[in-house]
Design a protein around this ligand. Structure first.
Ligand SMILES: Cc1cc2nc3c(=O)[nH]c(=O)nc-3n(C[C@H](O)[C@H](O)[C@H](O)COP(=O)(O)OP(=O)(O)OC[C@H]3O[C@@H](n4cnc5c(N)ncnc54)[C@H](O)[C@@H]3O)c2cc1C
Length: 401
């Protein structure tokens, strides 16, 4: 790293959320000089480090373990050993067990805040990464061999340069806008409520997903027998649900989810998120690339957002094995990510629409679809491939029964 009035780095990562921080950890081995710029008040305070429960695909669990992040968690990740999918009012259901696929688990559940803090601890240890936080990138200037960034930090205005800029700066990405990349937005007209929940039956590794015309309801297994509860509500009803007290919400959730976990005994603090899909028209520009929510913000139903963002990060790192030609790197990254991105977006959007009245013509067809996925090894394998994070990857055959 040159130490001049204007510092020059190989790679500047804008955004120290879950994806940007993971990328910083993954780049360490490359020996490249990196800078991670995050606008939150502290490295432990980005807005994505909140109470949402993240279902990590097995591939993500393995990646985060290899990066030394999972050992830093305060509460160990809870393995998902079974997946149960059903639909309100329909006869179809899918019950998948990891051991039937020769796997110990499909994935694992962590609290986003806990994962964020583990990443912040890991980033603080990196030798090749300089973290600047709090600091906000306010402008981007194309240079002959890279990009210059204007930063606003507690030390005032400053500028730095990088040969490659990674926009990991979330849904409203400044890097995306400054690169002239447009977005396609669709509003699902749904709001997602998230809380922890204690039920009569303790969680035992089974993740439940239940579809209804209002959207999905899910229970994710968590530590000490608790559940992470996720409930999708039509946005026209969101304020009514937000204003329910805990007893009323427990009753509401029970009615939406049913009795597979027995009586719901208590619910924790609720947070809610309006659901919109926002897709960048492309994910690269000269010396610039996008990843994570900056590239694609998707419906959480398929639990794909962070998993896909982590694969974006690893996709870039894989390109650095060969001698690095920075001039074509962003374009090669976009090509490399195209298939996985396209298939994951189609899967996630398809799941979101399957939960409503769109996509399939009748309840009967949806029931048949669910039953078929459960009964046919080939279809179930395809489903499991996505759940474990191996979509579009040749290692899929390792998880097929
Ligand atoms: C309720 C819910 C449940 C979910 N469940 C799952 C799940 O089970 N599995 C899964 O894989 N995914 C899940 N997701 C999706 C997942 O949370 C996101 O995909 C992931 O957090 C995106 O991380 P990110 O780092 O790309 O973006 P962000 O978290 O948005 O981070 C962007 C960062 O950039 C910073 N920033 C922005 N602009 C600037 C700037 N100009 N200068 C400096 N810094 C800047 C911001 O402060 C922020 O910290 C869920 C999402 C929700 C809402």
């Amino acid at each position: 790293m040159a130490s001049t009035a204007r510092e020059i780095f190989d790679i500047a990562i804008v955004g120290g959320g879950l994806v940007g921080s993971s990328l910083a950890c993954a780049l360490e081995k490359s020996g490249l000089s990196t800078v991670l710029i995050e606008s939150a008040d502290s490295p432990r305070a980005p807005s994505g480090f909140d109470q949402r429960k993240l279902a990590l695909a097995k591939r993500s669990v393995d990646t985060l373990m290899a990066l030394g992040v999972l050992p830093m968690l305060q509460t160990a990740a809870t393995p998902i050993t079974r997946i149960h999918v059903s639909r309100e009012g329909d006869f179809g259901r899918v019950l998948l067990a990891a051991d039937a696929f020769g796997q110990p688990f499909f994935g694992a559940v962590v609290l986003a805040q806990d994962l964020g803090h583990a990443l912040a601890l890991r980033v603080a240890d990196l030798a090749n990464c300089r973290r600047i936080c709090p600091a906000t990138v306010t402008a981007v200037h194309a240079q002959e061999h890279g990009i210059a960034l204007d930063l606003n930090s507690s030390e005032g205005q400053r500028q730095l340069e990088a040969r490659l800029v990674v926009g990991a700066d979330g849904t409203d990405s400044l890097i995306r806008k400054a690169s002239g990349i447009g977005v396609q937005i669709s509003d699902y007209q749904q709001t997602l409520f998230v809380c922890t929940l204690i039920a009569e039956k303790a969680s035992d590794g089974c993740a439940f997903e239940r579809f209804s015309d209002q959207g999905p309801v899910a229970l994710l297994p968590m530590a000490q027998g608790g559940f992470g509860a996720i409930c999708c509500v039509d946005s026209s009803q969101a304020m009514v649900v937000a204003n329910m007290d805990d007893v009323a919400y427990a009753r509401y959730f029970q009615q939406r989810f049913g009795w597979r976990a027995g009586k719901i005994r208590s619910v924790g603090k609720r947070t809610h998120y309006p659901l919109r899909r926002q897709l960048a028209d492309r994910i690269s520009a000269p010396n610039t690339l996008l990843m994570g929510n900056a590239a694609q913000t998707i419906h959480p139903i398929g639990a794909q957002g962070f998993n896909l963002g982590l694969r974006d990060a690893m996709g870039l790192v894989e390109l650095l094995d060969a001698p690095i030609d920075f001039s074509g790197l962003a374009g090669r990254y976009a090509n490399r990510r195209a298939e996985d991105r396209e298939r994951t977006l189609a899967f996630s959007d398809g799941m979101a629409r399957l939960t409503r009245n769109e996509g399939l013509p009748s309840h009967v067809l949806r029931s048949v679809a669910l039953t078929a996925v459960g009964a046919m090894p080939g279809l179930a394998s395809g489903w499991v491939t996505g759940a474990m994070g191996y979509r579009g990857n040749s290692t899929f055959s390792q998880v097929a029964p």
